[in-house]
Design a protein around this ligand. Structure first.
Ligand code: NAD
Length: 704
């Protein structure tokens, strides 16, 4: 950590267009594109550059061409590889039209990958443009002009001389290819209310004025992020991934301090899952957020249909306490990559105070792109009242209902990721050893405080006794504590209120005849609730119907497939489930009939481990899906666009209407939707007639 701070302090802060206060420095783990990572031999020493527009490969391409065109002439004209050109190339590329920029990026990346002789060959070839027919010569000439223009502009306009006068080289050569900032279409705020980006509103229990300020800052964040390409946004995600990976032990310390969870739980379920999610974004976001080309039906012949995947604006993320780092970073980063500003409110029980901001800051995020606002449910309500463009909520059913009700007053779209009462179904042909271990982990991981924890365990009656014995045996071996080395199986409960819920459910179950097989020694108060295995339970008990959210695993026998499907579905919740069987066909058959959002087969809680899959629940477990491409779309406005030609044609369904048009249209429907060659012919003939007629009467209404 210390080294990171030191390096940050020595960083040069460069203001670049688009209000992106990016850091430009050497050896900085920020949002840089790391030359050192690229197999590029020309970079001197280990330097890192940050570019708004170019990937490390493309930067390598610029250096390569620079070296070829201007290899440097000692003191007076330093070699291209020494120059700090990235900040200038970014300014220059800001002027380019998107299509040209995309083309240049492809070319530079290509040249960055290729060996030197290929670059030389392409440049040589581009000089010979006159020897080729126009079709080939023109693009070669364009390459030559474009590459030389770029390199010479960079070189002569911005490089300082080496004689200590502090002059630019263009002062000496008398030519200044000055780059002037183009006027940006920034959103305009009235003078009096423009929030200062540096002036932070109060983010802890903010009042209404603070919240208004927070939303105004978010508006500026929206504008910034909206101007970035997805590739640019992903450079921040790559930096974030590096920072989290490097600082994971410190992050886990803070998670453990707030949650009291086992260290391995924090490593696996928060750090590992987050890194995997960020990796997913890096690999899949570009495609997932690109325009979608869809088919255009024959009735709309000649038109093109697209879906533009666009940002929604400002997303309000409200999170629970059980996986506080994961529930912060996953929605925040998905929202950011999709182009939104984010206001994030953590749970008041596990705020991880300062951690998310610090991690994002170190990764180069500006503090108005993502704002962390601390407070309880009341603060959550005030944030909703200020009208975000979407609410992404993870938490309890009761709060989800309140949020939806409030959102409905303003018609704010909501995504609700709520509680669960997940069943695990073990058939007689399952691998018992594996299923027992899976059940134990699925019930006890994170001390049972997971929305997809196993809370109902159905075991086929023919293996019930054996399964139960092994489960009891293994549960007794579990170790518990808030260790710092990772050698405790289970941590402690995070909140007193949840301890009270576990006690209430357990007391009632015992009263109604449940047998506590493991965990009898718990006093009902201590947050160190041991693993509790319960037998002889019935489905009228709260412990079988309501979310317990603690390390309690009640089990029940069943006799056949239809019965267990019925039992598993007999719940208000429908988040996740697992089916265990040696017969995969049967397991899949059962999985199809379960009314849940997710099912793991011969595994537990594993669907959420794959970030390419959607995640979410049915029934009271929630509304909407996030993660995977569905998650990217959950934070996007899917805009349908039809592109037609700017022709003089008048559409058949436009005015004027007439009996003739009606009849032609009616015949066209037969042609369109009946089958066979006659129908096809009818479609063609009537289609042509209708088009001609519509054009005629459309131009002169009196001719109808
Ligand atoms: P909670 O509903 O009590 O609180 C969640 C968040 O909502 C907190 O940040 C809280 O301050 C805020 N909040 C409370 N009242 C509010 C209001 N009226 N308006 C706006 N915000 C309000 O939930 P919790 O106890 O923190 O979390 C546990 C619950 O979360 C469990 O039910 C668990 O199953 C669920 N959960 C679901 C998922 C999932 O992905 N489906 C994941 C984790 C947790």
């Amino acid at each position: 950590m210390e080294t990171i701070v030191n390096k940050l302090d020595s960083a040069t802060h460069v203001k670049v267009p688009g209000n992106l206060d990016m850091q430009y420095c050497e050896n900085h783990p920020g949002p840089s594109t790391m030359i050192a990572k690229v197999p590029y031999p020309l970079a001197q020493g280990k330097r890192e550059f940050i570019s708004k527009h170019l990937s490390s490969l493309a930067i390598g391409g610029v250096m390569r061409i620079g070296e070829v065109l201007l290899p440097g002439e000692g003191e007076k004209f330093p070699a291209f590889k020494n120059t700090d050109f990235i900040k200038h190339i970014d300014r220059m590329l800001d002027f380019m039209e998107k299509e040209d920029l995309d083309g240049l990026k492809i070319l530079l990346t290509f040249l960055g990958i290729m060996p030197n002789f290929v670059t030389l060959f392409i440049l040589w070839l581009s000089e010979k443009d006159q020897s080729f027919p126009t079709l080939l010569g023109a693009p070669l000439r364009m390459i030559s002009i474009g590459l030389k223009g770029m390199i010479f502009t960079l070189y002569y306009s911005n490089i300082e001389d080496t004689e200590g006068k502090g002059e630019k080289i263009h002062h000496n050569i008398g030519y200044n290819a000055k780059i002037v900032k183009k006027e940006q279409n920034l959103p305009k705020f009235p003078e009096t209310v423009v929030p200062s980006l540096n002036q932070l509103p109060n983010l802890v229990n903010p009042n209404v004025e603070d919240i208004a300020h927070i939303y105004l800052r978010a508006k500026q964040g929206e504008a910034d992020i909206g101007r970035m390409s997805i590739t640019q946004r992903l450079t921040y995600i790559a930096a974030l991934k590096r920072v989290i990976l490097n600082r994971r032990e410190e992050i886990i310390d803070i998670i453990q301090r707030d949650t009291k969870k086992a260290r391995t739980d924090a490593l696996v379920s928060e750090i590992f899952s987050i890194l995997d999610h960020l990796d997913f974004l890096l690999k899949a976001a570009r495609k997932g957020l690109s325009d979608i080309h869809v088919k255009t039906p024959v009735a709309l012949m000649g038109k093109k249909s697209r879906v533009f995947v666009e940002p929604m604006g400002t997303i309000l993320v409200i999170s629970p306490w059980n996986y506080p780092f994961y529930q912060a970073i996953v929605p925040i980063t998905t929202s950011f990559v999709a182009g939104n500003a984010t206001i994030y409110k953590p749970s008041e029980y596990t705020p991880l105070t300062g951690l998310v901001e610090q991690i994002l800051d170190e990764s180069g995020f500006n503090n108005y792109w993502v704002q962390v606002v601390y407070g309880d449910g009341k603060v959550g309500q005030n944030l909703i009242a200020a009208h975000p463009d979407k609410i992404f909520f993870t938490g309890s059913v009761a709060t989800g209902q309140k949020i939806m009700s409030m959102a409905s007053q303003q018609l704010i779209p909501v995504e609700l990721e709520l509680g669960g009462k997940d069943p695990m179904i073990v058939f007689e042909d399952a691998n018992i050893e594996r299923a027992v271990s899976g059940a134990l982990w699925g019930g006890m991981t994170n001390t049972g405080q997971s929305c997809t924890a196993i809370e109902r365990l159905y075991v086929h009656s023919s293996i019930y006794e054996k399964f139960r014995e092994l489960l009891i045996f293994k549960a007794r071996q579990l170790t518990q504590g808030q260790d710092l080395e990772g050698d405790s199986d289970m941590g402690l409960m995070t909140t007193e209120m949840q301890v009270a819920v576990v006690k209430k459910h357990l007391d009632e179950a015992k009263q109604l005849g449940a047998r506590v097989e493991v965990g009898l020694d718990w006093d009902g108060l201590n947050a160190k609730i041991p693993p509790i295995i319960l037998d002889n339970v019935s489905d009228n008990m709260a412990i079988w119907r309501e979310e317990t959210f603690g390390p309690v695993l009640p089990l029940m026998p069943f006799d056949d497939e239809a019965e267990v499907i019925h039992l598993a579905n007999d719940s208000e919740y429908g988040l996740s489930a697992s089916v265990w069987s040696g017969d995969t066909e049967r397991a899949i058959r059962v999985a199809r009939q379960l009314k849940t959002g997710n099912v793991s087969i011969n595994n537990v809680m594993v669907t959420e481990g794959n970030h390419y899959l959607p995640f979410g629940g049915v029934k009271k477990s929630g509304i909407g899906r996030y993660k995977g491409v569905w998650g990217l779309h959950a934070f996007s406005n899917l805009k349908s666009v039809v592109i037609d030609a700017n022709s003089p044609k008048i559409e058949a369904n436009w005015y004027p209407y007439s009996k003739t048009k009606y009849q032609l249209f009616s015949k066209l429907l037969d042609g369109l939707y009946k089958s066979g060659p006659k129908a096809l012919l009818g479609f063609v003939v009537n289609g042509l007639k209708l088009e001609m007629y519509s054009n005629k009467v459309g131009k002169d209404f009196t001719k109808r």
